[in-house]
Design a protein around this ligand. Structure first.
Ligand SMILES: Cc1ncc(COP(=O)(O)O)c(C=O)c1O
Length: 322
C-alpha cells in the first residue's frame, strides 16, 4: 500500500485477545480488537481515521477543523480531542437531534475546547453548506479550514481501518488466531470499508460483516468507499462473492437504545469486563451473536469483533430494561 502521511495521535497497536468466557458460552472462538483502548479520550475508531485526515489538514496549512454528526457524535468528540492536541481550532456543527443536554460527549467536547454549534436540520447537505459559508468567512480573516465529513468516512479516513487489519494480521499470527470473520458496527461506512480493503489485502479469504446501526444503504456505500480507498493507496481491489455482507441491527432507530441488546451488553460487561455502548457497539455485538447463533459465520475460522468505542453514550442515556 502506498504510505500516506499520518500524524501520530493514538497508542497502537491496540490490544487483541480471545474472549475466553464468551467463546466457551457461544461455542466459537471469539476475539476482540480493542480500538476502544486507543489512547485518546475514551478511545474509538475515529482516531485511526483522524491520523490520516488531520495529516492532510496540516499539509494543506489549515488551522481550523470542521466536522459534524449527531448531538452525541463520538466522531465529533474525537475530532475535538485530536484537533486540540495538534493545536488546531475545532468547530463542531452538530444536528440538533437526540440527547442535546449537556451530558456524555457534549461534556467532553467542552473539555477539549471545541466550538459547538447546533443546526436544526436533518440533512447533512445543509450542514456542509454552512461549513462552506463559515470557511469563506474564516478565509477572509486569514484562516484556513479543513472540513471532515460525517464519521470521517471518506476514502482517506477509511484507509485507517485497512491499516488496522495489517496490525491485526500480525497480532493474529503471533497469538495463533485463525481468523475467518471480522465484524464491526457500521454507522457511516468508513470503518467497515477499511476493514474490507484491509482483509482483501492482508488477510485474503477472511470475510467482513458490517452491522448497520443506521438505515443508509451500506451494502453499496461500503464497497464504494473501499474502492476509493484502494485507489488512494494504489492497490487493487476486486470484491468477490462472500467477501462482504451487510446486516442491520438498528432496533427502534439510529441512536435509540434497543432493549433486546441490553442482556448482551450486560453479559460482556459482567463476564469479560468490557463496556459496550447502546448506539453502536452494543447493537453490533448483539447483532453478531445472533448471527452466530443463526449460522451466518460460515466456512469456519475464528470471529473477530472490532470494538470501536463509544462509551460516552453510557453517560448520556439509560439502557432500557436494565
Ligand atoms: C463507537 C462507534 N462505533 C462505530 C461507528 C461506526 O463507524 P463508521 O462511521 O466508520 O461506520 C461509529 C461512528 O460514528 C462510532 O462512533
Amino acid at each position: 500500500m502506498k504510505a500516506l502521511p499520518k500524524v501520530s495521535l493514538g497508542v497502537f497497536p491496540t490490544p487483541f485477545y480471545k474472549l475466553e468466557a464468551i467463546s466457551a458460552t457461544y461455542g466459537r472462538n471469539i476475539w476482540i480488537k480493542r480500538d476502544d483502548l486507543c489512547g485518546v479520550a475514551l478511545g474509538g475508531n475515529k482516531v485511526r481515521k483522524l491520523e490520516l485526515l488531520l495529516a492532510q489538514a496540516r499539509q494543506q496549512g489549515c488551522d481550523t477543523v470542521f466536522t459534524t454528526g449527531g448531538a452525541q457524535s463520538n466522531h465529533a468528540m474525537l475530532t475535538a480531542a485530536c484537533a486540540a492536541r495538534l493545536g488546531m481550532r475545532c468547530i463542531l456543527l452538530l444536528k440538533k437531534r437526540g440527547v442535546t443536554d449537556h451530558r456524555g460527549n457534549l461534556v467532553l467536547n467542552d473539555i477539549f475546547g471545541a466550538d459547538v454549534r447546533f443546526l436544526d436540520t436533518d440533512r447533512y447537505e445543509d450542514i456542509y453548506a454552512e461549513m462552506d459559508r463559515l470557511s469563506a468567512e474564516l478565509a477572509r480573516e486569514g484562516h484556513r479550514a479543513y472540513a471532515i465529513p460525517v464519521g470521517g468516512s471518506n476514502p482517506l479516513g477509511a484507509l485507517g481501518y485497512a491499516a488496522c487489519v495489517e496490525e491485526l494480521a500480525a497480532q493474529a499470527g503471533a497469538a495463533g488466531a485463525r481468523i475467518g470473520h471480522i465484524v464491526s458496527a457500521t454507522g457511516s461506512g468508513g470503518t467497515t470499508a477499511g476493514l474490507l480493503l484491509g482483509a482483501k489485502t492482508y488477510l485474503p479469504g477472511v470475510k467482513v460483516t458490517g452491522i448497520g446501526v443506521d438505515d443508509d444503504p451500506f451494502d453499496t456505500i461500503v464497497p464504494q468507499l473501499a474502492a476509493g480507498a484502494a485507489e488512494l493507496a494504489q492497490i487493487p481491489f476486486a470484491l468477490e462473492e462472500g467477501d462482504f455482507s451487510m446486516v442491520w441491527n438498528m432496533g427502534p432507530g439510529y441512536a435509540v437504545a434497543n432493549e433486546e441488546d441490553t442482556p448482551y451488553i450486560q453479559e460482556l460487561a459482567r463476564r469479560e469486563g468490557i463496556l459496550l455502548d447502546p448506539v453502536y457497539t452494543g447493537k453490533a455485538w448483539s447483532g453478531m451473536l445472533r448471527l452466530l447463533q443463526e449460522g451466518h459465520f460460515t466456512g469456519g475460522g475464528d470471529v473477530v469483533f472490532v470494538h470501536t468505542g463509544g462509551a460516552a453514550a453510557l453517560f448520556a442515556m439509560d439502557l432500557p430494561g436494565a
